[in-house]
Design a protein around this ligand. Structure first.
Ligand code: SAH
Length: 544
């Protein structure tokens, strides 16, 4: 039997969703070892044993995985932020896509083939436009700033975070210089009024920076010295805010903010629109990648200009407003009052007149809208990690939108919710993972769900390949067609589009789920460019 402190040789065969390596002992015990890569052969020390699982530490890498690289951050092993700094970005992307596949198959009981290739981030360093940097006292009573160690509130000092833009590291260093001389200002059990976090935000388009000091009370000694030096040194700082949080809680931001310099918000440009962002409003941290994420959501929404669009968990309105010109009317729902204020102003400043925003809990608001007889054609949901409530899923289904676009930052709760949607007459058409947070464990996904039509109830549940009864011996699989198109044309096509083109070409002869636009206006139709590519693939595989 395995015991604590045993040294054993292990082969790492997969990664957990947190990026830990997974190995299996000869006795079938699963061992989790952080900072390892698939393909590593290691000598591990066992730290903890529980029934059929154990936790270990890599003492020596006997044979390194080909995925391994030297981490380019000196604190990456201690800091809880990055979990993939020791492997190539390709290996990280594979692990992230696999995480989505594992969740949708194991939890959602869906076909893993629905998960498309992951969209990589254009940049893997300096992409974050937001940093929450804890300020604390170490065991000698000295001021420390950095990032939390994994699953802990121990601060790992970090002067140069590679995920942050350079200006964050510079401001943070100056803030540290100020605090270092003043340990009495730091929040602690005995000093609930003290400074807890330095919270920074950056609007990439304008270069504007917001500095927010999270503290137990509004004023602290020598604050003017700090503010004056920051303002003088960094003209990019367009707003300095104090956020008040005296509570003994893990939640970083309190409810009240006081602007001590400049504006209450900073303004960024996203998808060609301007967005005001208040300190407590959510804003995607990787802006370039957010535009891609929204682009996929927009493709999935497949708007023609006639639709009522409901954007649940809308934050400052970003997703809905980026689609507002393509629909008839937009309703956004969000629980944080400042975010809703931002959303209303954002609609106004971008000249969008067909949007309204409600400050409410999404579940309650959806029930209310349904009660008012509002029947959205498309509903976008973008909830926090905990996902949707079962009641909200029911209400959404009862509003009978043709499509639901689900944007999720947690594949596990997403998979749970997708299973509930499939019980409510919706089928999952496609899942696209998007890497919004390179080097860290998180992965975002966008999902297209579509309402089953009375005549497609059975068909859409089947593997589409099974429906394709003709030319059986000649036919390429949907995956082969997708691969061919990607290789030859450089873009992706969905199973849905392939089936549409097959039908047009007379390959699928049965009365299929996907009728013409006229008969079934709610299913996205294959654009011409993609149709041509699919036809070329069908020709290539001698199917037409
Ligand atoms: N779609 C936005 C925001 C997504 S983040 C964007 O892409 O920028 C999730 C949002 O849900 C946050 O703004 C959060 O404040 C909000 N939220 C959290 N719980 C909620 C609830 N119960 N009802 C409505 N909104 C909620």
């Amino acid at each position: 039997m395995l015991s604590k402190n045993d040294m054993i040789k292990l082969n790492i065969t997969s990664l957990t969703s947190d990026g830990d390596g997974v190995a299996r002992t000869g006795e079938g015990i699963v061992v989790f070892v952080p900072d390892t890569a698939v393909g590593d052969c290691i000598s591990a020390r066992i730290l903890k044993v529980r029934k059929n699982i154990a936790y270990g530490k890599a003492e020596e890498i006997l044979t390194p995985s080909p995925d391994r690289i030297t981490p380019d951050c000196s604190v990456s092993r201690q800091c809880g932020g990055c979990v993939y700094r020791h492997v190539t970005y390709e290996a990280e992307l594979r692990a992230k896509r696999q995480k989505v596949i594992d969740c949708v198959t194991r939890i959602g009981k869906l076909d893993g083939g629905l998960v498309r290739e992951i969209i990589p981030s254009a940049t893997t360093d300096g992409y974050r436009n937001k940093a929450m940097i804890p300020v604390g006292l170490d065991k000698n009573g000295s001021v420390t700033m950095g990032f939390y160690a994994r699953r802990s509130h121990r601060i790992v000092p970090c002067a140069e975070c590679r995920l942050s833009p350079g200006i964050f590291n510079r401001i943070s260093a100056d803030f540290y210089e100020f605090m270092k001389e003043r340990p009495a200002l730091v929040y602690s059990e005995n000093n609930r009024g003290g400074v807890r976090h330095l919270y920074l935000r950056y609007a990439e388009a304008s270069g504007d920076v917001m500095v927010c000091v999270v503290a137990g009370k509004r004023h602290f000694e020598d604050e003017a010295i700090l503010y004056d030096s920051l303002k003088e040194k960094y003209p990019q700082i367009k707003s300095i805010v104090v956020n008040i949080n005296p509570d003994d809680t893990n939640v970083i931001l309190g409810k009240k903010c006081y602007t001590v310099f400049g504006g209450d918000c900073i303004t960024d440009t996203l998808c060609g629109l301007q967005f005001d962002i208040a300190p407590r409003s959510f804003y995607q941290v990787n802006r370039t990648q957010a535009e891609r994420l929204y682009g996929i959501a927009r493709d999935y929404a497949c708007l023609t200009g006639e639709e009522t669009l409901l954007d649940l968990y809308c934050g400052t309105g970003t997703i809905g407003l980026s689609m507002a010109r393509d629909c008839k009317s937009l309703i956004g729902v969000e629980i944080i009052p400042e975010a809703i204020e931002n959303a209303k102003r954002n609609a106004q400043r971008n000249g969008i007149g067909n949007a309204r925003f409600l400050c409410a809990d999404a579940t309650a608001a959806a029930a209310q809208l349904k009660g008012e007889g509002i029947a959205p054609d498309v509903i976008v949901v973008d909830p926090p990690r905990k996902g949707l409530t079962p009641e909200l899923i029911k209400t959404v289904a009862q509003m009978r939108p043709a499509r639901v676009v689900y944007v999720s930052c947690d594949p596990a709760t997403l998979a749970r919710d997708l299973a509930l949607f499939t019980e409510q007459n919706y089928s999952v058409k496609e899942i696209t993972p998007v890497d919004m947070f390179p080097r860290t464990a998180g992965v975002e996904s966008v999902v297209l769900l579509s309402r089953k039509m009375p005549d497609d109830k059975i068909e859409v549940d089947l593997d589409l390949d099974e429906l394709d009864l003709t030319s059986a011996e000649l036919k390429a699989t949907y995956q082969e067609i997708k691969d061919y198109v990607l290789k030859e044309y450089g873009f992706k096509v969905s199973t849905l589009y392939i089936s549409q083109v097959k039908r047009k070409c007379g390959i699928i002869e049965r009365e299929n789920y996907n009728h013409s636009r006229k008969e079934n206006p709610h299913i996205p139709q294959c654009p011409k460019e993609k149709e041509d590519a699919i036809r070329a693939a069908l020709e290539h595989f001698a199917m037409i």
